[in-house]
Design a protein around this ligand. Structure first.
Ligand code: CO
Length: 143
């Protein structure tokens, strides 16, 4: 298909564990290294991204541990409704604005008007779960 953007792969999987320190310990036991934790103000979370490979030799996905920084964070709501789990799947796109315009034209809704700042200089936007079978899908463009 000739689309005005390309999906480059799975950028990260967003995880909302009940006990983030236990998940971080487990990932460390696997030999996975973490980036410095970063506050993402727009999402009211602190996120700690682990590289999902021990080799760091090729492009690879990240495992993003999300911790709420306030009671009205989307992650607080998520954790109050279940025991923790996989929160979202982030797909990398080469042109997030083109992707949003194209998908809006196909009646796909988003949780914000425009992309916002994600972690590590990325631009991100979330698709409304209603339009993705109840899943939360994030589109990410590298800065
Ligand atoms: Co994310």
């Amino acid at each position: 298909m000739n689309l005005p953007f390309r999906i480059l792969g799975v950028h990260h999987i967003g995880l909302a564990p009940k006990t983030p320190t236990a998940t971080q310990r487990f990932f460390s036991l696997l030999g996975l290294s973490a980036e410095v934790p970063e506050a993402v103000v727009s999402q009211k979370v602190v996120c700690t991204q682990f590289h999902a490979t021990s080799t760091l030799t090729s492009s690879h996905s990240l495992l993003e541990i999300l911790e709420p920084t306030s009671e009205d964070s989307p992650i607080s709501k998520f954790l109050s409704e279940r025991k923790g789990g996989i929160h979202h799947l982030a797909l990398e796109v080469d042109d997030i604005h083109a992707a949003v315009a194209y998908l809006r034209g196909k009646q796909v809704a988003f949780l914000s008007e425009t992309p916002t700042s994600g972690s590590h200089g990325t631009q991100v936007i979330f698709v409304h779960p209603r339009d993705a079978g109840g899943l939360l899908i994030e589109l990410v463009q590298q800065g």
